[in-house]
Design a protein around this ligand. Structure first.
Ligand code: PMT
Length: 405
C-alpha cells in the first residue's frame, strides 16, 4: 500500500474528514495481507447461494501517545458483545468476519477467559494405577493423564462442537486490530470487499471506537519523559466513518451501529440522531451498566414500507460534524417502561423495541416454565435475543431488495 503522497488538506484547526484522514494517516503494517484474506473469505461465500455474511467489529481501539509506543489511551470494552454475537451469528448460519481488538475476547474461547474461568481449572490429573504403572514398559501408559471431569465436560461439549463446526466449515475469519488507525483502515478495506455481497452483507459495528486521536505529526517519537513535568495533550476528532460507510462504501449493506451512553436519558435521542445523521437501518442503544441485560433497537418508520423493513435514509446533511442530538419530532425521552420483553414504542418517524432479559425470565417464571438459552450452562444471553431479531430484519431487507429488482 502506497504511503500518502500529498499534504493534508485539513492543516490547522480544521477537523479531519474521512477523506483527509486516509490521505494523511499511514496505513498500518499488514494491511495488504489482511485485506487479501478478508477478500478471499468474502469471495468464497459470495458464490454460495443465499449465504449471508456479517462483519462483527469488537473491542476497544487504542490511541498511541508515542510512535515507539509505551503509553496509549484505551477504553473499557472487553469485546464481550462482539465475541458473543459472533457465536450466535454462526449458529444462525452466517459466515462471520470477526474484526477484533488484539487480545480481546474471542468467540468460543470467551467462555474460558483467563480472569473469569481459567481453562486450567477445568482439568484434572489422573495418576496411572499401580497395575498400569507396573505392567507397562511404555512410558505413555505409565504417565499421568489429563481429563476434563464430567461436570465441566457437559458445559464444554457444545462449545467445542460449535467451535469445531466453524473451523471445519471455514465460516469464521478473525482479524485483529489494535489502534484506532488500524481499525479505520481495516474497516474501509473489508467494507470494500463486502460491498459486492449487496444486501447479503450485514455490518454489526459493536466496537468501541475512540472519538479522539493524535495524528501522526503530533505523536512523540520516543517515550514521553516525565521529568518534563505535566503532560498536556490536544487531540483531534476521529472522523465518523459511518457516513461514507452507509452512503458510499456499501450502499446496499444492512448496517447496525451501537450507541453507548452512561446517562439513560440520552440513549434514545442520541440513537435517533445517529439514524438521522447517517441514514442507516438500525441503532442498538445500550446503557453502560445495563448493557448485558437490556438493549433498545431504534429504527425509522417514516419512509419504511413495513414494520420489519427499515429503509435506508439519505442522512441529514444539516447534522454533519455535530454531536448535538437534533430537535426531533416528539423528542421526549422514552424508556419503554412497561412494554415487556420486546416492548415496541412507536413515535413519529421512529420505532423503539426493547429487549430485556429480566422480562423474559420473569415472564417464564410466571408461566411456570424454565427459560433456557444457548449460553454456557444453558443460560440466556442478551446477544441471543439481539441476533434472533437481527436475522429477521436482515432477511426482510434482502427480500425487499428482491421485490424491487
Ligand atoms: O465489549 P463489551 O464490554 O461487551 O461492550 C460492548 C459495547 C458497550 C462497547 C457495545 O455494545 C457498544 O455500545 N459499542 C459502541 C460504543 C459507542 O458508543 O460508540 P460511538 O458512539 O463512539 O460510535 C457509535 C457507532 O459509530 C459505533 O457503531 C461505531 O462503530 C461507529 N463509529 C465510531 C467512531 C468512528 N470514528 N466511526 C464510527 O463509525
Amino acid at each position: 500500500m502506497a504511503l500518502p503522497s500529498h499534504k493534508p488538506p485539513h492543516i490547522g484547526s480544521e477537523p479531519f474528514s474521512t477523506e483527509s484522514y486516509f490521505q494523511t494517516q499511514r496505513p498500518p503494517p499488514g494491511l495488504e495481507d489482511k485485506s487479501a484474506t478478508m477478500l478471499g473469505f468474502v469471495n468464497k461465500w459470495k458464490d454460495v447461494q443465499g449465504k449471508k455474511v456479517v462483519l462483527v467489529t469488537s473491542g476497544g481501539t487504542t490511541v498511541p501517545l508515542e510512535s515507539n509506543t509505551v503509553r496509549f489511551l484505551d477504553n473499557f470494552s472487553a469485546g464481550t458483545r462482539g465475541a458473543t454475537s459472533a457465536e450466535y451469528f454462526l449458529s444462525q448460519g452466517y459466515a462471520v468476519i470477526f474484526l477484533h481488538r488484539l487480545h480481546s475476547l474471542r468467540p468460543f474461547s470467551r467462555h474460558y477467559s483467563h480472569s473469569l474461568n481459567p481453562f486450567l481449572d477445568l482439568l484434572s490429573i489422573v495418576q496411572p494405577s499401580s497395575q498400569e504403572a507396573g505392567s507397562s514398559s511404555s512410558s505413555s501408559s505409565s504417565s499421568p493423564s489429563i481429563v476434563v471431569p464430567r461436570e465441566h465436560a457437559r458445559t464444554l461439549l457444545p462449545i467445542l462442537q460449535a467451535y469445531h463446526k466453524a473451523q471445519e466449515e471455514g465460516t469464521l475469519l478473525s482479524v485483529d486490530y489494535q489502534t484506532v488507525n488500524d481499525y479505520l483502515w481495516l474497516l474501509r478495506a473489508v467494507t470494500a470487499s463486502m460491498a459486492s455481497l449487496g444486501r447479503r452483507g450485514m455490518y454489526y459495528l459493536a466496537a468501541a471506537v475512540s472519538d479522539f486521536f493524535l495524528p501522526e505529526d503530533k505523536v512523540a517519537e520516543h517515550k514521553i519523559q516525565s521529568s518534563k513535568g505535566t503532560l498536556s495533550l490536544e487531540m483531534d476528532q476521529v472522523p465518523k466513518v459511518l457516513r461514507p460507510l452507509v452512503q458510499e462504501w456499501t450502499p446496499e449493506g444492512y448496517i447496525v451501529s451501537f450507541k453507548l451512553e452512561t446517562d439513560p436519558e440520552l440513549l434514545i435521542p442520541k440513537a435517533r440522531a445517529a439514524l438521522s445523521r447517517y441514514g442507516h437501518q438500525l441503532v442498538i442503544g445500550n446503557e453502560l451498566h445495563r448493557r448485558k441485560y437490556e438493549v433498545v433497537f431504534v429504527e425509522r418508520t417514516s419512509s419504511s414500507s413495513s414494520d420489519q423493513v427499515p429503509s435506508k435514509g439519505t442522512g441529514d446533511d444539516r447534522l454533519k460534524g455535530t454531536e448535538t442530538p437534533p430537535i426531533l419530532p416528539e423528542e421526549g425521552v422514552h424508556n419503554g417502561d412497561g412494554l415487556g420483553a420486546a416492548g415496541v414504542a412507536l413515535k413519529e418517524g421512529y420505532k423503539e423495541t426493547w429487549l430485556r432479559l429480566d422480562d423474559i425470565k420473569n415472564g417464564a417464571q410466571e408461566a411456570g416454565k424454565h427459560v433456557g438459552g444457548k449460553g454456557r450452562d444453558g443460560e440466556v444471553e442478551i446477544e441471543e435475543l439481539i441476533i434472533e431479531e437481527l436475522v429477521k430484519r436482515h432477511q426482510a431487507w434482502i427480500d425487499a431488495g428482491q421485490e424491487t429488482e
